[in-house]
Design a protein around this ligand. Structure first.
Ligand SMILES: NC(=O)c1ccc[n+]([C@@H]2O[C@H](COP(=O)([O-])OP(=O)(O)OC[C@H]3O[C@@H](n4cnc5c(N)ncnc54)[C@H](OP(=O)(O)O)[C@@H]3O)[C@@H](O)[C@H]2O)c1
Length: 341
C-alpha cells in the first residue's frame, strides 16, 4: 500500500458499463485513490469516447484489459464485469498481489451454491478467502481482505431489510420477496426485455421464483443467523433508469415492534435510514443510502427497502469496501445527496 502522502493506485476494468461509469465518477474525486487504469475488452479509446458525459472532466486512456499491466500500475482494482469474465482476471490479479473488489457474482457464494446457480468455478482457491461485501455486516473483515465480493443489488436491499428480523421469524414459512428494479439493473447490453418499446409504460415479472439472487439471499441469511429459510423471490422490471424497491413478507413467531428492532440494528449506521412511512426509490437515487420501513399486521411482517441499484447495489458499496480494505474512512467519496426531484 502507499506510504504517507502517496495516493493508492486503483483501476477499473469494465469501465464502459453502467457500474463502471459510477465507479469512475467516485474515484476521479477520491482524495486517497489515484485512478490509474481504465480498461474495456478492446481498449484503444479515450474516456470521453466511452462516456461522453465525462468530456473535459477526466483525461485518461482506456486500454485493453491486461493482468500484467494492471499489476504494474494498480494496487487495487475494481472488476465491473459479467460473471465468469471476472474470475478469469481476478485469479491472475490476486496472484500478482493486486487487491480486488469484484462486482460480479463470481466470489459471492459458496462453491456448491455458485456452481448450482452459475457455472463451474475457475478459481476455488481465492473463492475461499473472499469476503462478502455487505458493509454493515462484514466491515471488520474488509480490513484484512485481498478480495471483496460485492453483493447482488437485490440481495443488498433484501438482506439489509430482513436480516434484523430473522430471529423473530417463523422459519417454517418461506419468505416472500417481491422486488422491482429500474432497467439499469440489467446492465448496458440491450435485450428484448430492456428495449424502450418493451419497458416504456410497462411493468412485468422476470425469472419468477428462479432468479439467481434467491440462493444468494438464502445462503447469507443462513450464514449470518444460522437459520435456514426458504426464499420465494420475484423480481419485476419497471420503467425507471435506476432504483430498486424490495417488499418482503414474513410470518413472525410472535408480535413485535418492527421499527424498534430496526433502530436497535441500525441506530448507528449512517447509510441506513429508517423511515416512518413507506420508502421510495427517488429518495435514494444517486446515493449509498438504503432506506427501510417496516410494519406488522398481527404476526404478518412487511419490510420495505429502497436502494440505488448502481450505487448501494454495486459501485458505492464497492468503493466503501475498497476504502476499508485500504485502511481509509469508509465513507470517502461515497455519495449521500439524492438526485431528488
Ligand atoms: N447494473 C447493476 O445495477 C448491478 C448491480 C449489482 C451488480 N452488478 C454486477 O456488476 C457487473 C457489471 O454490471 P454492469 O451493469 O455495469 O454491466 P454492463 O453495463 O453490461 O457492463 C459490463 C461491461 O463489461 C464489459 N465486458 C468485459 N468482458 C465481457 C464479457 N466477457 N462479456 C460481456 N461484457 C464484458 C462490457 O464492455 P466491453 O466488452 O466493451 O469491455 C461491459 O461494458 C455485473 O457482473 C453485474 O451483474 C450490476
Amino acid at each position: 500500500m502507499a506510504t504517507m502522502g502517496e495516493k493508492i493506485t486503483v483501476g477499473v476494468v469494465g469501465a464502459g458499463g453502467y457500474t463502471g461509469l459510477e465507479l469512475i465518477k467516485m474515484l476521479m474525486r477520491h482524495p486517497n485513490f489515484k485512478l490509474s487504469y481504465l480498461a474495456t475488452t478492446e481498449g484503444g479509446v479515450g474516456v470521453e469516447q466511452l462516456h461522453p458525459s465525462l468530456l473535459n472532466l477526466l483525461d485518461i486512456p482506456v486500454e485493453k484489459a491486461d493482468a500484467k499491466e494492471i499489476s504494474k500500475r494498480c494496487e487495487l482494482v475494481f472488476l465491473a464485469l459479467p460473471h465468469k469474465a471476472s474470475m478469469g482476471l481476478a485469479k491472475k490479479l490476486l496472484d500478482e498481489n493486486v487487491k480486488v473488489v469484484d462486482l460480479s457474482a463470481d466470489y459471492r457464494l459458496e462453491r456448491e451454491t455458485y456452481e448450482a446457480t452459475y457455472c463451474p468455478h475457475e478459481d476455488p482457491e481465492h473463492l475461499e478467502e473472499a469476503v462478502y461485501g455487505l458493509v454493515e455486516y462484514y466491515r471488520e473483515e474488509f480490513r484484512n481482505a485481498r478480495i471483496v465480493a460485492c453483493p447482488g443489488c437485490y440481495p443488498t436491499a433484501t438482506l439489509l431489510g430482513i436480516l434484523p428480523f430473522i430471529p423473530y421469524i417463523d422459519s417454517s414459512v418461506p419468505l416472500i420477496v417481491d422486488a422491482k428494479s429500474g432497467v439499469s439493473g440489467a446492465g448496458k447490453k440491450l435485450s428484448e426485455k430492456t428495449h424502450f418499446v418493451t419497458i416504456d409504460e410497462n411493468i412485468f415479472a422476470y425469472n419468477p421464483l428462479k432468479h439467481r439472487h434467491s440462493p444468494e439471499i438464502a445462503e447469507k441469511i443462513e450464514k449470518i443467523h444460522s437459520i435456514e429459510i426458504a426464499v420465494n423471490f420475484v423480481p419485476h422490471l419497471i420503467p425507471a433508469t435506476r432504483g430498486e424497491l424490495v417488499s418482503v413478507y414474513a410470518q413472525l413467531k410472535e408480535k413485535i415492534e418492527p421499527m424498534e428492532i430496526l433502530k436497535e440494528a441500525y441506530g448507528d449506521e449512517r447509510f441506513i435510514r429508517l423511515r416512518e412511512s413507506p420508502v421510495d426509490v427517488k429518495s435514494v437515487a444517486g446515493t449509498h443510502f438504503c432506506d427501510i420501513f417496516s410494519a406488522c399486521n398481527g404476526t404478518t411482517l412487511f419490510v420495505s427497502s429502497a436502494i440505488d441499484n448502481l450505487l448501494r447495489g454495486a459501485a458505492s458499496q464497492a468503493v466503501a469496501a475498497a476504502n476499508l480494505m485500504c485502511g481509509l474512512q469508509e465513507d470517502l467519496c461515497v455519495p449521500d445527496i439524492p438526485y431528488m426531484p
